[in-house]
Design a protein around this ligand. Structure first.
Ligand SMILES: [Zn+2]
Length: 299
């Protein structure tokens, strides 16, 4: 807590809720690094330990990695946390992996998506009342992509945002605290992909997006929901370094790293969000998650 000597707490705090270790480094990570540099206290809450994620890095798809995957993913998260300059807590639920097949197999017993909803919300309410964030981020109702744990992450985040300030809800979990704004990560949209694709073609580089754009289903595009673009291009390198720290989860030769940072910084230098809930006045569109909040906290 930073105070100015008058006992006033004017420290800005941001809480980002994510489903798995590595999500924090691929969704809104550059914006988090920017806020850390600006002196904001940033806490990532990770719902699951990512125990059943796939190993996407061929070099690490080894029996000894699989035997220790939970521990390895905690170590990877520690590295990413240090690179981003954030704090990080585990909510303590177990991962299911991404169910695949037709019909889909049942979710494994005991996993996050099957957890008791009120208990899961309660755990996040306790995190909110301890950290006391002014702003929270999570995924939209589709989870950003349809992983059952991303959707569960969305549901408990919205419910906890609404419950944390209510003294009648979860009275055993601390003093009520009402965050002022809730955002959904909106990094995945067609306009951004087109901009990166065209930027690469203009630079004479093969684009990894051609096939994606051909298959793009416009119903899945939520680009028109973006309310808030946070300039964060300066921190794209920090974001990529944090993502690489999740070594089992990223293919170092994959498409993510194929777009030169200079092109990203030139054609799409923002992390994008949708303002989903707000208790302050801030005209839209915005370029700051704390728009309308700074004034309130410092008043
Ligand atoms: Zn995830």
């Amino acid at each position: 807590m930073s105070t100015d000597g008058s006992g006033v707490d004017d420290q800005l705090r941001l809480m980002a809720v994510h489903a798995h270790p590595d999500d924090e480094s691929s969704k809104g990570a550059a914006a988090m690094a920017k806020y850390v540099a600006d002196g904001v206290d940033v806490l990532v809450v990770t719902c699951t330990g990512g125990e059943r994620g796939s190993v996407l890095n061929k070099k690490l798809d080894q029996p000894e990695v699989w035997a220790n995957i939970a521990e390895i993913r905690r170590e990877e998260m520690d590295k990413a946390r240090a690179i981003l300059g954030i704090r990080q807590n585990w909510l303590g639920f177990v991962d299911s992996g991404l169910p695949e097949g037709d019909p889909l197999p049942p979710l494994p017993e005991g996993c996050f998506a099957l957890a008791d909803f009120d208990e899961a919300v309660g755990r996040l309410v306790a995190e909110i009342r301890t950290f006391r964030p002014h702003v929270m981020t999570t995924y939209d109702e589709n989870g950003g992509y349809p992983h059952p744990h991303h959707i569960m992450c969305h549901k408990i985040s919205v419910a906890a945002f609404d419950a944390a300030g209510d003294p009648d809800r979860y009275p055993e979990f601390g003093t009520p605290w009402q965050p002022l704004k809730l955002y959904y990560n909106m990094g995945f949209n067609r306009d951004r992909m087109v901009a990166l694709h065209e930027g690469m073609l203009a630079a004479g580089i093969e684009s990894p997006y051609a096939e994606w754009l051909e298959k793009w289903d416009d119903r899945e595009d939520h680009g028109d929901r973006i309310t808030t673009r946070v300039p964060a291009g300066e921190y794209f390198d920090v974001r990529d370094e944090a993502l690489r720290a999740h070594a089992t989860q990223v293919d170092p030769d994959g498409w993510w790293f194929k777009v030169p940072l200079s092109i990203q910084q030139q054609v799409w230098p923002t992390d994008d969000f949708e303002l989903a809930r707000s208790l302050v006045d801030s005209p839209l569109p915005e370029d700051d998650l704390f728009a309308g909040v700074r004034e309130r906290v410092r008043a």
